[in-house]
Design a protein around this ligand. Structure first.
Ligand SMILES: NC(=O)C1=CN([C@@H]2O[C@H](COP(=O)(O)OP(=O)(O)OC[C@H]3O[C@@H](n4cnc5c(N)ncnc54)[C@H](O)[C@@H]3O)[C@@H](O)[C@H]2O)C=CC1
Ligand SMILES: O=C(O)CCC(=O)C(=O)O
Length: 388
């Protein structure tokens, strides 16, 4: 029986992918084999020795200590693209809100007093302050052309916007998925200077932390609308406030409330609801649950952010051995020697590496005794050994 600890509210459609005769699933489990989470922060979590896998039912993994998991030989899985449509729709909503000053106009209308005739008179007199602009012909800058960014770029192009994108590490697949009229920028500054609206869709990592700072905002086109549905940490909130005060930015629409932003009439800060649709939550939970189930039951790896993709179909009745180790010479030699000396023949084997980690799956023609597991665990550089 595998034990899966849940943090956050994980869609039952995803949890149902873990058959209860083989998986105990609860938010109370003490010695989990795997965790499933959304935005819960795992950095301070005391990782139990039993843990074998982390499943993030979402895209960003900045709430998971990925390097520390790698050092323990634990794969971190996520759900690439599973919530991209939900984020796209909310970003589009944010663009329309900003273009038509909807929030300020709504607040104005709510503040009107008197009878219907008086309110109508005030509304007609006051409405000129909310004159907005239309999107066709305007330029949208998209920073980060992954699952979310590509969706938004294509939707904006469909609305008649000019779209300029920046992503130095764009995948071939995402490049193919982009509408052909999306132009490519070489720098963030180029996007800032060319765009009426800029939307951020990068992960929060070392190189993106604080990427929208005072200097970048100084390069922004006058009156730009900035949208941030990526992470709070990719912008400098104080620099945003200064840019709003100076008119460099006309509004800041984001998914991350913060004290510095509170009460500012040019800011719309939503409570991290970019992925909060039933569809996205189901998609993410199903994907993450399938990934950890497959890993626990077969050792196969799909959509991991720190492990190589590895799928070895199982064709024999013997044990399956999985070994995670440092990506250094002679590890495979030592693993196969340990098996051979125990009289075990390897029927199928697959080894792949990713960065400093290597991962091997071997199907053998018999039962792997505990002494072999102990021997493998004793090899310098071996991080995790499992027999399935
Ligand atoms: N508000 C919300 O609820 C949600 C927020 N997010 C956030 O949005 C981020 C993006 O999500 P996805 O598009 O699904 O991820 P993704 O992994 O498909 O795309 C991220 C893209 O950013 C690019 N990138 C990395 N470093 C960059 C840099 N320095 N400059 C420009 N581009 C860079 C990557 O090459 C990649 O194409 C997530 O990491 C997460 O933090 C994602 C989903 C929901
Ligand atoms: O699960 C959520 O609501 C957060 C989604 C998110 O931020 C992500 O997928 O990166």
């Amino acid at each position: 029986m595998y034990k899966v600890l849940t943090f956050d509210n994980i869609s039952s459609r995803g949890l149902d992918r873990l058959p209860r005769e083989r998986f105990e699933v609860s938010s109370e489990i003490q010695h989990p084999d795997a965790v499933l989470l959304r935005s819960a922060k795992l950095h301070e979590w005391d990782v139990p020795d039993t843990l074998k896998a982390v499943g993030r039912a979402g895209a960003g993994v900045n709430n998971v200590p990925v390097d520390a998991m790698s050092a323990r030989g634990i794969p971190v899985f996520n759900a690439p693209g599973a919530n991209a449509n939900a984020v796209k729709e909310l970003v589009l909503a944010g663009m329309f809100l900003a273009a038509r000053n909807v929030c300020a106009a709504w607040a104005f209308a709510e503040s009107l007093e008197g009878d219907d005739a008086a309110m109508n008179k005030e509304a007609e007199a006051g409405k000129k302050q909310f004159t907005g602009f239309e999107l066709p012909g305007r330029t949208l800058g998209v920073i980060g052309l992954g699952a979310v960014g590509v969706n938004i770029a294509n939707a904006a192009a469909g609305l008649g916007m000019k779209v300029i994108g920046y992503d130095p590490k764009i995948t071939v697949r995402n490049a193919w998925n982009l509408e052909s009229n999306v132009t490519r920028a070489q720098t963030v500054d180029e996007v800032m200077a060319a765009s009426d609206m800029v939307t951020l869709h990068v992960p929060e990592i070392e190189e993106t932390r604080g990427m929208i700072n005072g200097a970048r905002l100084a390069a922004a086109r006058e009156g730009q609308v900035l949208l941030n549905f990526a992470r709070a940490g990719v912008v400098d909130d104080d620099a945003i406030i200064k840019a709003l005060d100076e008119g460099r930015l006309s509004s800041y629409i984001c998914d991350f409330p913060a004290a510095a932003l509170k009460g500012n009439s040019k800011v719309v800060a939503l409570p991290h609801i970019g992925a909060s649709t039933n569809e996205a939550q189901e998609n993410c939970a199903i994907m993450a649950a399938d990934e950890i189930r497959d890993f626990l039951e077969t050792g196969n790896v799909t959509n991991s952010v720190n492990f190589p993709e590895l799928i070895l179909p199982r064709n024999t009745d013997g044990d399956r051995l999985t070994v995670v180790n440092a990506n250094v010479p002679n590890m495979l030699g030592q693993i196969s020697s340990a098996l051979a000396e125990a009289g075990l023949n390897i029927d199928d084997m697959y080894n792949k590496s990713r960065g400093e980690l290597a991962y091997s799956v071997a199907d053998v023609d018999g039962t792997i005794p505990p002494a072999v597991v102990e021997r493998l665990e004793g090899i310098e550089g071996v991080l995790k050994v499992r027999v399935i």
